[in-house]
Design a protein around this ligand. Sequence first.
Ligand SMILES: Cc1ncc(COP(=O)(O)O)c(C=O)c1O
Length: 428
Amino acid sequence: MTSTWAGPSSPALEKPSERARVDGRWADLERLRASHPMMDAVIDEVKGRRIRVGDQWLCDFASCNYLGFDLHPEVMASVEGAIAKWGTHPSWSRLLGSPRPYVEIEDQLTDLLGAPDTLVLPTITLIHTSVIPVLAGQGAVLVDAQAHKTIYEGAAIARGAGATLYRVRANDPSHLEEVLRSVPAGMSRIFCFDGVNSMTGNAPDLPEYARICRDYDTLLYVDDAHGFGVIGESPSGEMPYGHRGNSIVRYFDESYDNVVLVAGFSKSYSSLAAFMALPTSLKNYLRVAAPPYLYSDPSPIASLATVLAGFKVNDAEGDQIRTSLRLKTKKVLDQIKKLGLRTLNTSGFPVIELPLGRADDIDAVGRFLFERGIYVTLAAYPLVPRSQVGFRVQMTAANDDSEVQQLNEVLSELAERFEMQRAQPPGS
Ligand SMILES: Cc1ncc(COP(=O)(O)O)c(C=O)c1O
Protein backbone atom coordinates (compact mmCIF):
# COMPACT_ATOMS: atom_id res chain seq x y z
CA MET A 1 0.00 0.00 0.00
CA THR A 2 1.53 3.33 -0.96
CA SER A 3 1.13 6.18 1.44
CA THR A 4 -0.61 9.35 0.31
CA TRP A 5 0.18 11.11 3.54
CA ALA A 6 3.02 13.58 3.14
CA GLY A 7 3.50 14.42 6.81
CA PRO A 8 1.83 16.88 9.17
CA SER A 9 -0.19 19.57 7.37
CA SER A 10 0.31 22.13 10.11
CA PRO A 11 3.75 23.66 10.72
CA ALA A 12 6.13 21.99 13.18
CA LEU A 13 5.81 23.21 16.70
CA GLU A 14 8.43 25.57 17.96
CA LYS A 15 11.35 24.16 19.88
CA PRO A 16 10.09 23.36 23.33
CA SER A 17 10.91 25.62 26.20
CA GLU A 18 12.60 23.99 29.19
CA ARG A 19 9.26 24.07 31.01
CA ALA A 20 7.43 22.33 28.16
CA ARG A 21 10.09 19.61 27.95
CA VAL A 22 9.84 18.94 31.65
CA ASP A 23 6.05 18.92 31.33
CA GLY A 24 6.30 16.04 28.81
CA ARG A 25 3.09 16.96 27.02
CA TRP A 26 4.94 18.87 24.32
CA ALA A 27 6.87 15.76 23.32
CA ASP A 28 3.73 13.60 23.42
CA LEU A 29 1.78 16.03 21.27
CA GLU A 30 4.56 16.45 18.73
CA ARG A 31 5.05 12.67 18.48
CA LEU A 32 1.33 12.21 17.89
CA ARG A 33 1.19 15.04 15.40
CA ALA A 34 4.14 13.72 13.46
CA SER A 35 2.79 10.18 13.28
CA HIS A 36 -0.95 10.72 12.81
CA PRO A 37 -2.45 12.23 9.68
CA MET A 38 -5.62 12.90 11.66
CA MET A 39 -4.01 14.82 14.49
CA ASP A 40 -3.81 18.62 14.31
CA ALA A 41 -4.46 18.47 10.54
CA VAL A 42 -5.26 21.45 8.36
CA ILE A 43 -8.54 20.95 6.46
CA ASP A 44 -8.26 22.60 3.05
CA GLU A 45 -11.81 22.25 1.74
CA VAL A 46 -15.24 20.91 2.62
CA LYS A 47 -17.88 19.49 0.25
CA GLY A 48 -20.89 18.17 2.10
CA ARG A 49 -19.51 15.79 4.70
CA ARG A 50 -16.32 15.20 2.69
CA ILE A 51 -13.16 17.07 3.54
CA ARG A 52 -9.85 17.60 1.77
CA VAL A 53 -6.54 17.40 3.61
CA GLY A 54 -3.78 18.18 1.12
CA ASP A 55 -4.54 15.96 -1.89
CA GLN A 56 -6.64 13.50 0.00
CA TRP A 57 -10.46 13.62 0.05
CA LEU A 58 -11.99 11.89 3.07
CA CYS A 59 -15.44 11.10 4.45
CA ASP A 60 -15.70 13.04 7.67
CA PHE A 61 -16.73 10.89 10.62
CA ALA A 62 -15.11 13.21 13.16
CA SER A 63 -17.66 16.02 12.96
CA CYS A 64 -20.08 16.43 15.87
CA ASN A 65 -22.60 18.36 13.75
CA TYR A 66 -24.98 15.47 14.42
CA LEU A 67 -28.03 17.04 12.77
CA GLY A 68 -26.10 18.39 9.78
CA PHE A 69 -27.23 21.96 10.56
CA ASP A 70 -23.81 23.28 9.49
CA LEU A 71 -24.81 22.39 5.92
CA HIS A 72 -28.57 22.98 6.12
CA PRO A 73 -29.63 25.64 3.57
CA GLU A 74 -32.04 27.41 5.94
CA VAL A 75 -29.49 27.54 8.73
CA MET A 76 -26.74 28.77 6.40
CA ALA A 77 -29.05 31.41 4.90
CA SER A 78 -29.85 32.86 8.33
CA VAL A 79 -26.45 34.46 8.77
CA GLU A 80 -26.44 37.21 6.15
CA GLY A 81 -29.60 39.01 7.29
CA ALA A 82 -28.58 38.87 10.94
CA ILE A 83 -25.18 40.38 10.19
CA ALA A 84 -26.79 43.08 8.05
CA LYS A 85 -28.88 43.98 11.10
CA TRP A 86 -26.37 43.61 13.93
CA GLY A 87 -22.90 43.70 12.38
CA THR A 88 -20.57 40.74 12.83
CA HIS A 89 -19.97 41.03 16.55
CA PRO A 90 -21.49 43.27 19.20
CA SER A 91 -18.55 42.98 21.60
CA TRP A 92 -20.44 43.92 24.78
CA SER A 93 -20.18 41.52 27.67
CA ARG A 94 -23.61 40.15 28.49
CA LEU A 95 -23.79 42.21 31.66
CA LEU A 96 -23.28 45.33 29.59
CA GLY A 97 -25.98 44.44 27.06
CA SER A 98 -27.30 41.41 25.21
CA PRO A 99 -28.47 41.70 21.60
CA ARG A 100 -32.18 40.75 21.34
CA PRO A 101 -31.42 37.32 19.76
CA TYR A 102 -29.98 36.20 23.13
CA VAL A 103 -33.34 36.77 24.77
CA GLU A 104 -35.13 34.98 21.93
CA ILE A 105 -32.76 32.03 22.24
CA GLU A 106 -33.19 31.75 26.01
CA ASP A 107 -37.00 31.97 25.73
CA GLN A 108 -37.21 29.33 23.02
CA LEU A 109 -34.64 27.10 24.68
CA THR A 110 -36.40 27.23 28.05
CA ASP A 111 -39.56 26.18 26.27
CA LEU A 112 -37.85 23.38 24.29
CA LEU A 113 -36.17 21.93 27.40
CA GLY A 114 -39.18 22.40 29.65
CA ALA A 115 -36.70 23.87 32.14
CA PRO A 116 -37.32 26.59 34.73
CA ASP A 117 -34.92 28.99 32.96
CA THR A 118 -31.80 29.03 30.80
CA LEU A 119 -28.60 31.06 30.56
CA VAL A 120 -26.53 31.27 27.38
CA LEU A 121 -22.74 31.76 27.56
CA PRO A 122 -20.15 31.32 24.81
CA THR A 123 -18.82 27.80 25.47
CA ILE A 124 -19.23 24.83 27.78
CA THR A 125 -15.59 25.11 28.81
CA LEU A 126 -16.21 28.66 30.00
CA ILE A 127 -19.29 27.47 31.88
CA HIS A 128 -17.46 24.61 33.63
CA THR A 129 -14.43 26.68 34.56
CA SER A 130 -16.44 29.60 35.86
CA VAL A 131 -19.64 28.06 37.25
CA ILE A 132 -18.37 24.86 38.94
CA PRO A 133 -16.16 26.94 41.30
CA VAL A 134 -19.10 29.24 42.08
CA LEU A 135 -21.42 26.31 42.81
CA ALA A 136 -18.78 24.35 44.75
CA GLY A 137 -17.67 27.23 46.99
CA GLN A 138 -15.82 25.80 50.00
CA GLY A 139 -17.81 22.58 49.77
CA ALA A 140 -17.33 19.17 48.15
CA VAL A 141 -17.08 18.76 44.39
CA LEU A 142 -17.51 15.16 43.27
CA VAL A 143 -16.49 14.27 39.74
CA ASP A 144 -17.26 11.11 37.78
CA ALA A 145 -14.10 9.33 36.60
CA GLN A 146 -15.29 9.46 32.97
CA ALA A 147 -16.38 13.11 33.07
CA HIS A 148 -15.14 15.32 30.26
CA LYS A 149 -11.72 16.92 30.78
CA THR A 150 -13.29 20.38 30.87
CA ILE A 151 -15.33 19.35 33.94
CA TYR A 152 -12.05 18.37 35.60
CA GLU A 153 -10.64 21.79 34.72
CA GLY A 154 -13.62 23.41 36.45
CA ALA A 155 -13.23 21.12 39.46
CA ALA A 156 -9.48 21.85 39.68
CA ILE A 157 -10.20 25.59 39.75
CA ALA A 158 -12.83 24.97 42.43
CA ARG A 159 -10.27 23.04 44.47
CA GLY A 160 -7.79 25.91 44.09
CA ALA A 161 -10.47 28.19 45.51
CA GLY A 162 -11.04 26.01 48.57
CA ALA A 163 -13.37 23.16 47.55
CA THR A 164 -12.54 19.52 48.30
CA LEU A 165 -12.37 17.25 45.25
CA TYR A 166 -13.68 13.66 45.28
CA ARG A 167 -13.50 11.19 42.43
CA VAL A 168 -16.42 8.83 41.77
CA ARG A 169 -16.13 5.57 39.79
CA ALA A 170 -17.85 5.77 36.40
CA ASN A 171 -21.22 4.04 35.93
CA ASP A 172 -21.35 3.10 39.57
CA PRO A 173 -24.13 4.97 41.41
CA SER A 174 -23.46 2.94 44.55
CA HIS A 175 -19.95 4.41 44.65
CA LEU A 176 -21.45 7.90 44.45
CA GLU A 177 -23.53 7.04 47.48
CA GLU A 178 -20.47 5.69 49.30
CA VAL A 179 -18.44 8.85 48.57
CA LEU A 180 -21.34 11.10 49.58
CA ARG A 181 -21.53 9.30 52.93
CA SER A 182 -17.85 10.14 53.50
CA VAL A 183 -18.30 13.89 52.89
CA PRO A 184 -18.35 15.75 56.23
CA ALA A 185 -21.83 16.72 57.38
CA GLY A 186 -22.72 20.31 56.74
CA MET A 187 -20.49 20.61 53.66
CA SER A 188 -22.29 21.65 50.45
CA ARG A 189 -22.03 19.10 47.62
CA ILE A 190 -22.12 19.09 43.85
CA PHE A 191 -21.72 16.00 41.65
CA CYS A 192 -20.55 16.62 38.06
CA PHE A 193 -20.74 14.09 35.24
CA ASP A 194 -21.47 13.62 31.54
CA GLY A 195 -24.83 12.96 29.95
CA VAL A 196 -24.28 11.09 26.67
CA ASN A 197 -20.61 10.32 27.11
CA SER A 198 -18.22 11.70 24.49
CA MET A 199 -16.16 8.47 24.47
CA THR A 200 -18.64 5.66 24.94
CA GLY A 201 -21.70 7.25 23.33
CA ASN A 202 -23.82 5.93 26.20
CA ALA A 203 -26.10 7.76 28.62
CA PRO A 204 -25.74 7.30 32.40
CA ASP A 205 -28.59 6.10 34.59
CA LEU A 206 -29.70 9.67 35.24
CA PRO A 207 -32.80 8.80 37.33
CA GLU A 208 -30.70 6.76 39.76
CA TYR A 209 -28.01 9.45 40.05
CA ALA A 210 -30.70 12.12 40.49
CA ARG A 211 -32.37 10.08 43.24
CA ILE A 212 -29.10 9.67 45.14
CA CYS A 213 -28.24 13.35 44.76
CA ARG A 214 -31.65 14.37 46.09
CA ASP A 215 -31.31 11.95 49.03
CA TYR A 216 -27.95 13.47 49.94
CA ASP A 217 -28.89 17.10 49.27
CA THR A 218 -26.38 17.24 46.43
CA LEU A 219 -26.63 19.36 43.30
CA LEU A 220 -26.48 17.22 40.14
CA TYR A 221 -24.53 18.98 37.37
CA VAL A 222 -24.74 17.18 34.03
CA ASP A 223 -22.91 18.01 30.79
CA ASP A 224 -24.98 16.74 27.87
CA ALA A 225 -22.92 18.25 25.04
CA HIS A 226 -23.47 15.11 22.94
CA GLY A 227 -27.07 14.42 23.88
CA PHE A 228 -28.63 17.83 23.24
CA GLY A 229 -30.18 17.80 19.77
CA VAL A 230 -29.85 14.02 19.51
CA ILE A 231 -31.94 12.57 22.34
CA GLY A 232 -35.14 13.89 23.84
CA GLU A 233 -38.54 13.29 25.34
CA SER A 234 -40.71 10.18 25.05
CA PRO A 235 -38.33 7.62 23.54
CA SER A 236 -40.13 4.55 22.19
CA GLY A 237 -39.43 1.48 20.06
CA GLU A 238 -40.11 3.51 16.95
CA MET A 239 -38.19 6.57 18.11
CA PRO A 240 -35.43 5.22 20.38
CA TYR A 241 -33.67 8.62 20.47
CA GLY A 242 -36.94 10.24 21.62
CA HIS A 243 -38.45 13.43 20.24
CA ARG A 244 -37.42 17.08 19.85
CA GLY A 245 -33.77 16.54 20.83
CA ASN A 246 -34.42 18.29 24.14
CA SER A 247 -31.63 16.47 25.98
CA ILE A 248 -31.09 13.94 28.72
CA VAL A 249 -33.35 15.25 31.48
CA ARG A 250 -36.38 15.05 29.18
CA TYR A 251 -35.17 11.78 27.63
CA PHE A 252 -35.44 10.18 31.07
CA ASP A 253 -38.59 12.12 31.93
CA GLU A 254 -36.71 13.49 34.96
CA SER A 255 -37.40 16.80 36.66
CA TYR A 256 -34.99 19.75 36.87
CA ASP A 257 -35.32 19.78 40.66
CA ASN A 258 -31.81 19.90 42.05
CA VAL A 259 -30.36 19.45 38.55
CA VAL A 260 -28.28 21.87 36.49
CA LEU A 261 -28.07 20.83 32.85
CA VAL A 262 -25.20 22.16 30.75
CA ALA A 263 -24.95 21.67 27.00
CA GLY A 264 -23.84 23.48 23.90
CA PHE A 265 -25.00 24.54 20.49
CA SER A 266 -21.59 23.79 19.00
CA LYS A 267 -22.38 20.16 18.20
CA SER A 268 -25.96 19.47 17.08
CA TYR A 269 -26.73 23.14 16.37
CA SER A 270 -23.41 23.93 14.65
CA SER A 271 -23.08 27.30 16.42
CA LEU A 272 -20.62 28.76 18.92
CA ALA A 273 -22.74 29.08 22.05
CA ALA A 274 -23.54 27.03 25.13
CA PHE A 275 -26.11 27.08 27.88
CA MET A 276 -27.25 26.03 31.32
CA ALA A 277 -30.78 25.02 32.32
CA LEU A 278 -31.22 26.26 35.86
CA PRO A 279 -33.52 27.97 38.35
CA THR A 280 -34.06 31.70 37.74
CA SER A 281 -32.58 32.52 41.16
CA LEU A 282 -29.32 30.81 40.21
CA LYS A 283 -29.34 32.52 36.81
CA ASN A 284 -29.64 35.89 38.52
CA TYR A 285 -26.80 35.02 40.87
CA LEU A 286 -24.55 33.89 37.99
CA ARG A 287 -25.24 37.20 36.23
CA VAL A 288 -23.03 38.80 38.86
CA ALA A 289 -20.88 35.83 39.89
CA ALA A 290 -19.87 34.04 36.66
CA PRO A 291 -16.97 35.86 34.99
CA PRO A 292 -18.02 35.02 31.37
CA TYR A 293 -21.34 36.86 31.89
CA LEU A 294 -19.52 39.85 33.31
CA TYR A 295 -16.34 39.99 31.27
CA SER A 296 -16.35 37.71 28.20
CA ASP A 297 -17.37 38.78 24.72
CA PRO A 298 -20.63 37.22 23.54
CA SER A 299 -21.11 34.58 20.85
CA PRO A 300 -20.81 35.92 17.30
CA ILE A 301 -24.02 37.19 15.70
CA ALA A 302 -23.68 34.47 13.03
CA SER A 303 -23.94 31.84 15.78
CA LEU A 304 -26.94 33.48 17.45
CA ALA A 305 -28.65 33.53 14.04
CA THR A 306 -27.87 29.88 13.31
CA VAL A 307 -29.15 28.81 16.73
CA LEU A 308 -32.49 30.53 16.04
CA ALA A 309 -32.68 29.04 12.55
CA GLY A 310 -31.76 25.68 14.06
CA PHE A 311 -34.75 25.87 16.42
CA LYS A 312 -37.04 26.38 13.41
CA VAL A 313 -35.54 23.49 11.48
CA ASN A 314 -35.67 21.34 14.61
CA ASP A 315 -39.39 22.08 14.99
CA ALA A 316 -40.16 21.41 11.35
CA GLU A 317 -37.99 18.38 10.58
CA GLY A 318 -35.88 17.54 13.62
CA ASP A 319 -37.45 14.16 14.35
CA GLN A 320 -37.14 13.14 10.71
CA ILE A 321 -33.44 14.13 10.77
CA ARG A 322 -32.90 12.18 14.00
CA THR A 323 -34.54 9.11 12.44
CA SER A 324 -32.15 9.34 9.50
CA LEU A 325 -29.21 9.78 11.89
CA ARG A 326 -30.29 6.75 13.89
CA LEU A 327 -30.65 4.54 10.82
CA LYS A 328 -27.21 5.51 9.51
CA THR A 329 -25.73 4.83 12.94
CA LYS A 330 -27.50 1.49 13.03
CA LYS A 331 -25.98 0.46 9.69
CA VAL A 332 -22.50 0.99 11.11
CA LEU A 333 -23.29 -0.70 14.44
CA ASP A 334 -24.77 -3.69 12.55
CA GLN A 335 -21.59 -3.99 10.52
CA ILE A 336 -19.46 -3.82 13.68
CA LYS A 337 -21.58 -6.59 15.19
CA LYS A 338 -21.31 -8.70 12.04
CA LEU A 339 -17.52 -8.34 12.12
CA GLY A 340 -17.48 -9.38 15.79
CA LEU A 341 -15.72 -6.18 16.88
CA ARG A 342 -16.09 -4.65 20.29
CA THR A 343 -17.47 -1.17 20.61
CA LEU A 344 -18.09 0.73 23.82
CA ASN A 345 -21.41 1.91 22.37
CA THR A 346 -24.37 0.00 23.79
CA SER A 347 -26.92 2.79 23.26
CA GLY A 348 -27.27 3.09 19.49
CA PHE A 349 -26.44 6.83 19.79
CA PRO A 350 -24.14 8.26 17.11
CA VAL A 351 -20.77 8.10 18.94
CA ILE A 352 -19.04 4.80 18.17
CA GLU A 353 -15.72 4.00 19.81
CA LEU A 354 -13.69 1.04 18.54
CA PRO A 355 -10.80 -0.01 20.79
CA LEU A 356 -7.71 -1.61 19.23
CA GLY A 357 -6.29 -4.95 20.31
CA ARG A 358 -2.77 -3.48 20.48
CA ALA A 359 -2.32 0.17 21.46
CA ASP A 360 0.91 0.34 19.44
CA ASP A 361 -1.04 -0.18 16.21
CA ILE A 362 -2.64 3.27 16.45
CA ASP A 363 -0.17 4.86 14.00
CA ALA A 364 -0.72 2.17 11.39
CA VAL A 365 -4.50 2.17 11.91
CA GLY A 366 -4.65 5.97 11.61
CA ARG A 367 -2.71 5.87 8.34
CA PHE A 368 -4.76 2.98 7.01
CA LEU A 369 -8.05 4.82 7.64
CA PHE A 370 -6.66 8.03 6.18
CA GLU A 371 -5.45 6.27 3.05
CA ARG A 372 -8.84 4.57 2.66
CA GLY A 373 -10.53 7.98 2.83
CA ILE A 374 -12.01 7.76 6.31
CA TYR A 375 -11.52 10.59 8.79
CA VAL A 376 -12.21 9.74 12.44
CA THR A 377 -11.27 10.92 15.92
CA LEU A 378 -8.22 9.07 17.15
CA ALA A 379 -8.13 8.15 20.81
CA ALA A 380 -4.37 7.78 21.18
CA TYR A 381 -2.18 7.35 24.24
CA PRO A 382 -1.63 9.56 26.30
CA LEU A 383 -5.01 11.17 25.53
CA VAL A 384 -6.63 7.95 26.78
CA PRO A 385 -5.24 5.01 28.85
CA ARG A 386 -3.44 2.35 26.80
CA SER A 387 -6.29 -0.16 27.22
CA GLN A 388 -8.69 2.31 25.58
CA VAL A 389 -6.57 3.29 22.60
CA GLY A 390 -8.65 3.18 19.45
CA PHE A 391 -10.72 5.49 17.32
CA ARG A 392 -14.13 7.06 17.40
CA VAL A 393 -16.63 7.37 14.59
CA GLN A 394 -19.18 10.17 14.93
CA MET A 395 -22.17 9.85 12.65
CA THR A 396 -24.09 12.87 11.40
CA ALA A 397 -27.31 13.16 9.43
CA ALA A 398 -25.26 14.82 6.68
CA ASN A 399 -23.14 11.70 6.00
CA ASP A 400 -24.66 10.27 2.82
CA ASP A 401 -25.30 6.58 2.16
CA SER A 402 -22.20 6.17 0.00
CA GLU A 403 -20.05 7.46 2.84
CA VAL A 404 -21.66 5.05 5.30
CA GLN A 405 -21.05 2.20 2.86
CA GLN A 406 -17.43 3.24 2.36
CA LEU A 407 -16.95 3.28 6.13
CA ASN A 408 -18.44 -0.20 6.48
CA GLU A 409 -16.19 -1.59 3.73
CA VAL A 410 -13.13 -0.05 5.32
CA LEU A 411 -14.09 -1.49 8.71
CA SER A 412 -14.21 -4.98 7.16
CA GLU A 413 -10.73 -4.53 5.71
CA LEU A 414 -9.49 -3.12 9.00
CA ALA A 415 -10.81 -6.13 10.92
CA GLU A 416 -8.80 -8.43 8.65
CA ARG A 417 -5.59 -6.45 8.83
CA PHE A 418 -5.42 -5.36 12.45
CA GLU A 419 -5.96 -6.91 15.80
CA MET A 420 -9.09 -5.24 17.14
CA GLN A 421 -10.76 -5.95 20.49
CA ARG A 422 -13.47 -8.56 19.91
CA ALA A 423 -17.03 -8.51 21.18
CA GLN A 424 -17.73 -11.00 23.96
CA PRO A 425 -19.91 -13.82 22.66
CA PRO A 426 -23.39 -13.60 24.20
CA GLY A 427 -23.64 -15.33 27.59
CA SER A 428 -19.87 -15.30 28.25
C1 LIG B 1 -18.71 16.49 26.90
C2 LIG B 1 -18.08 17.77 26.45
N1 LIG B 1 -18.08 18.83 27.28
C3 LIG B 1 -17.52 19.99 26.92
C4 LIG B 1 -16.93 20.17 25.70
C5 LIG B 1 -16.33 21.49 25.35
O1 LIG B 1 -17.31 22.26 24.74
P1 LIG B 1 -17.06 23.75 24.28
O2 LIG B 1 -16.40 23.67 22.94
O3 LIG B 1 -18.42 24.37 24.19
O4 LIG B 1 -16.20 24.40 25.29
C6 LIG B 1 -16.91 19.11 24.80
C7 LIG B 1 -16.27 19.29 23.48
O5 LIG B 1 -16.06 18.45 22.70
C8 LIG B 1 -17.50 17.88 25.19
O6 LIG B 1 -17.47 16.83 24.36
